[in-house]
Design a protein around this ligand. Sequence first.
Ligand code: HEC
Length: 463
Amino acid sequence: MLFTLFARGTRQAFAVFPRRRALVAWLLAAATPSSSGGTSPRETVSFSQDIAPLLAQRCQSCHQPSKKRGGYQAHTFDALLTPGSSKEAPITPGKPEASALLRRLKSSDPDERMPQKEEALSPAQIALVENWIARGALFDGARRDQPFSEWAVTQPRGAAPSRYAQPFPILSALPLSASNACVIAGYHEVLILDRATRSIRRRLPAPSQRTFAIQRLGSGERWLLAGGTPGRSGELAILEPGSTNAPAILLRSADALLSCAVSSDGRWFAVAGADATVRVLDAGTGRLVKAIEGHADWVTSLAFNPASTRLVTASRDKTARCFAVPGGESISAYLDSAEPLLAIQCPAGGALAFAAGRDRQIHVWNVEDGKRAAVMPARDREALALLSTTNRLFAMCAGGVILEIAAQGKREVIREYTAKGARLSCLALDADARQLIAGSFEGDLLWWDIEHPESHQRWHCLP
Ligand code: HEC
């Protein structure tokens, strides 16, 4: 489900805007402030102001480290000038006619024309690129190898719509059981919902278009948010709902961040996503400690072990892996899944990890040697998310079913929580308060008391 979600990602993002054309126009205007005034090229063209934002918006989804279409990347200045599989110089400074990139922007052959299979750039934007190349393709940024996603100028701030005209998926949630509330992710915002009245208590701006994971930090009201704009950028941030400060961004990446975790000793954050890189940060300083490139495809989920010494990861590359914390040394790899993995947990005890995904099974494996300990069928359903308590595992499965499974012994399914007709998109748990929460692709929230699958609350929670 996560995969189709990504394929649909951009379209859905547009869909939540009442007037799609207005958004497209706004995005392009934000991307190329100088070109919005008309078609006449300006005297000077700035790479950092005019060109980089355009590339980040229109090219990077197919040309970046995790997706090198045509063997070509366009996420840094250095990469932009490096030929792809054609070996043809994409840009020849001073010579637009000898620049393959420009030829591709103008081409009338749909296979050659870039962005491939998408709307062409406007004549004004193409003129801007041509003008920039003609004037020597000069670089006016800070570092030629710096990803455009790190440039402040490429981050036009999206705004939450006042009303969601179309269904929007709830991609992450966090129960605030002590105040009978819950945080959910919306479009460029997070919302605090009141369980008793089923109303929205607050709407807070979030740094990412989509927030794929929310974790609580310590006992106070501080949340770690991981998210991004699929194909374009990822952000890891700390949001303090009690403060008026904008969320503090700890890290930016070239593609969406899908999962984040806090170690139980509170010393480390870990985050990973569509750029296939696992990053460990010092929770005290917010600084990056280690970037681990141990997977060949999206890292869909990660978790620390209870001792905070190991990090386990699940990936679309069909492997689950274990790394040392904080050094990132590879400890083991689990290779027995036939299909992409979407979820992982390393519950109490810490010797075993549970990984699940498309192959309709939950794989139990030993984190120190990667060996399989057991395989549990997930009632013939794809497992999209896993959560654990000391003695239970909760598996959110396709078809609107959440399985509660004994984490030890025979590992039997103890209860089944069903949400008829709902396409579930995220799962959250408060083990102490015994609450289970799920979000759906339609923007619904479902709320159960653990051990009481028969009764649940369900309501459409977006404004
Ligand atoms: C939807 C995906 C997609 C998008 C978006 C996209 N491209 Fe491409 N691009 C491709 C594919 C696929 C190829 C390889 C096929 C080919 O060579 O015709 C390619 C090839 C290229 C090449 C040739 C690389 C080489 O040396 O072989 C260049 C240059 C290029 N793209 C530039 C761009 C620019 C500039 C943009 C943005 C304006 C862009 N692309 C947007 C898919 C895309």
